[in-house]
Write a protein that binds this ligand. Structure first.
Ligand SMILES: [Zn+2]
Length: 299
C-alpha cells in the first residue's frame, strides 16, 4: 500500500475556521505510531503539473487562482483566504491523489491523507475545494493510457457535485455518490448513480443501500481503477452530517468498498474527504479504520 502525505497539507491554517486541518498531521502521526511507516510506501508529493490541472479546469480560472486574482465571490465560496501557500498546498494535494491513482492503476491500494475535493467545478471553487483532485487524477490516467474505465465512489455525506458536473462529459468516468438528501449542496448535480439518504439514516439502512449501489456501479462501469472519496462526515458525531452512522458502521462501510475493489482485482486510490465531528479524535479514528482495512486486504 502507498500513503501520500506532505506537511504542507496542514498549512495555511485558516483563521476563524471550522475545518479541522490538524487532522492531517494527527493522522500521519498516528499511522506512523501504528506501524504504517514500515508497512506502507510513503510518498511526499511535489506540485501537480499545470497540464494535468488544465485538462480539467478552465485556463482562465486556473490563471486567476494561481495569481491571486480570483473574485471576492469565489474566495468566499472557497471558504479559504487566498495566499500563494494555499495554491501550493492545493497543487500538492492534487499531485498526491494523482500519484495514488498511478499506483492504483497497477492494482495497488493508495491513500492520500488529504484530498477528496469534490465540490470544485471546472471554473470555480466551492466548499473548501479549489481544484478537483479526483477528476485531475482520473483524466491523467486516461491521457497516459493507464486506465480507461474509471469508477468514482464518493461516500462523503455531501454530494460530489463538482465531480459529477465534469464527469458527465467523460462517459468512461462513472460517478456513484451516496450522500445526505437534506444536506449541502442543496442544488445537486446528476451523478451516474446517486443515492440520497434521509436525515438520521443508521448503520443497517446505510450499509444495505451501499451494498446495492456498489453492485450496480461495478456492473455498469466495469472499472479498471476506483477512486474512493471516504469522507467521515457520515458519523453520528459529525456537526454537519445529519446521518447517524456509528464508528463501527463507518468502518464497515470502508471495508465493504475496499473488499469489493479487491474482489474485482481493481486498484483503488482513496482521498480522505470531510469530517467535522466535535472531537478530532473521532475524525482521526474513523480515517484510521480506512487505512486498517486497506492494509488488511492488500497485505
Ligand atoms: Zn463532506
Amino acid at each position: 500500500m502507498t500513503i501520500a502525505y506532505h506537511e504542507v497539507y496542514v498549512h495555511p491554517l485558516p483563521e476563524n475556521h471550522r475545518f479541522p486541518m490538524e487532522k492531517y498531521s494527527l493522522l500521519a502521526g498516528q499511522l506512523k505510531r501504528q506501524g504504517y511507516g514500515d508497512d506502507a510506501s510513503w510518498i511526499e508529493p511535489g506540485l501537480a503539473l499545470e497540464r494535468d490541472i488544465q485538462r480539467v479546469h478552465d485556463e482562465g480560472y486556473w490563471n486567476r487562482l494561481k495569481s491571486g486574482q480570483i473574485s471576492r465571490h469565489d474566495e468566499r465560496a472557497s471558504g479559504f483566504k487566498w495566499s500563494p501557500q494555499l495554491v501550493r498546498r492545493e497543487q500538492t494535494i492534487m499531485e498526491g491523489t494523482l500519484q495514488c491513482a498511478r499506483r492504483a492503476a497497477e492494482g495497488e491500494v493508495a491513500l492520500n491523507i488529504a484530498g477528496g475535493t469534490h465540490h470544485a467545478f471546472k471554473d470555480r471553487p466551492e466548499g473548501f475545494c479549489l481544484l478537483n483532485d479526483i477528476m485531475i487524477a482520473a483524466l491523467h490516467l486516461q491521457h497516459e493510457k493507464l486506465a480507461k474505465n474509471i469508477l468514482v465512489v464518493d461516500l462523503d455525506v455531501h454530494q460530489g457535485n463538482g465531480t459529477a458536473s465534469m464527469a458527465k462529459y467523460h462517459p468512461n468516468v462513472f460517478t456513484f455518490s451516496m450522500h445526505g438528501a437534506q444536506n449541502y449542496p442543496f442544488r445537486k448535480e446528476e451523478s451516474d448513480l446517486d443515492i440520497a439518504l434521509p436525515t438520521g439514516t443508521t448503520d443497517q439502512a446505510y450499509l444495505s443501500a451501499l451494498d446495492e449501489g456498489l453492485t450496480q456501479a461495478f456492473s455498469l462501469s466495469k472499472p479498471e481503477v476506483v477512486f474512493y472519496q471516504c469522507g467521515v462526515d457520515v458519523l453520528e458525531t459529525d456537526k454537519l452530517g445529519k446521518l447517524s452512522l456509528t464508528a463501527a458502521g463507518c468502518s464497515e462501510r470502508d471495508r465493504m468498498v475496499l473488499d469489493r475493489c479487491k474482489s474485482f482485482q481493481v486498484g483503488v486510490a482513496c482521498s480522505m474527504g470531510g469530517g467535522y465531528s466535535a472531537s478530532i479524535g473521532h475524525i482521526v479514528d474513523a480515517h484510521m479504520a480506512t487505512f486498517h482495512h486497506a492494509r488488511n486486504l492488500w497485505s
